[in-house]
Design a protein around this ligand. Structure first.
Ligand SMILES: Cc1cc2nc3c(=O)[nH]c(=O)nc-3n(C[C@H](O)[C@H](O)[C@H](O)COP(=O)(O)O)c2cc1C
Length: 216
């Protein structure tokens, strides 16, 4: 058995330390090296069948960030943060996407495509059985990436605010996604908390473990 890379209490401390940041310090930026690790953490997100039906749009341009509060319920986090990540996912799962995914497995693992034929059939079966529901399915996958991003950020002592308070159709327009295969689902602003953000001091409000964890 491998020992933990982070003592369990330190990991929990990170989860207590994080909070949905309401006010970012606009003068502080995440350095390029740390940001690179955060991107790798996004890419490593697991997904159903491994299909990765997403694009992670990383906005660091101040010019673009300045346009976001107007399409984010007036919230300032997308403007003042260091990096805003927009999670877009496939509207529809396509044969092209599945084949692109299988070709990647074949290349990375040096196995012939023909050996993946059985797996391809299973995925195609899923694709056909869930027609009309792909957008919801792919959004679920995007939220797994959001969770992984928030936990990674907390461990690295980067502040974050997950954001559903955005107008997805307006984001699609601004980011050039409209009419394409991917659509905006949710966002996450990342950076450093402003010293004046009083929310940082709020006690965490969660239901008691015994209320939400059912032990059988
Ligand atoms: C999917 C999701 C969407 C959220 N959208 C917003 C948002 O648009 N603006 C905001 O200030 N907080 C947003 N929140 C933050 C939640 O209100 C916050 O996580 C929750 O109240 C728990 O507080 P904590 O994260 O500070 O522990 C969102 C959280 C999640 C998970």
């Amino acid at each position: 058995m491998q020992s933990p890379v982070i003592p369990p209490d330190q990991w929990l401390n990170s989860l207590h330390w994080r909070y949905a940041t309401k006010r970012f310090d606009p003068s502080r930026r995440i350095d390029a090296e740390t940001w690179g690790k955060i991107e790798q953490s996004l890419v490593l997100t697991p997904s159903s069948f491994g299909l990765q039906p997403w694009k992670f749009i990383v906005i660091s341009s101040q010019e673009i960030k300045d346009q976001l509060p107007a399409i984010s319920w007036g919230q300032s986090q997308p403007k003042d943060c260091s990096h805003m990540v927009v999670f877009a996912s496939l509207q529809e799962l396509t044969v092209d996407h599945v084949d692109h995914f299988l070709e990647n497995i074949s290349r990375v693992r040096s196995v012939p495509l023909s050996s993946l034929e059985g797996y391809r059939k299973v995925i195609m079966g899923f694709m056909d059985a869930t027609r009309g529901q792909h957008a919801v399915w792919s959004a679920h996958q995007a939220y797994i990436a959001l969770g992984q991003l928030m936990a990674t950020a907390a461990a690295l002592r980067i502040d974050a605010c997950p954001m559903e308070g955005i107008v997805p159709a307006k984001y699609d327009e601004l980011l050039g996604l409209a009419g394409g295969p991917y659509a905006t689902r949710v966002g996450c602003a990342l950076g450093y908390r402003h010293t004046d953000d009083g929310y940082a001091m709020n006690a965490k409000v969660r239901f008691a473990s015994d209320e939400v964890i059912v032990r059988l």
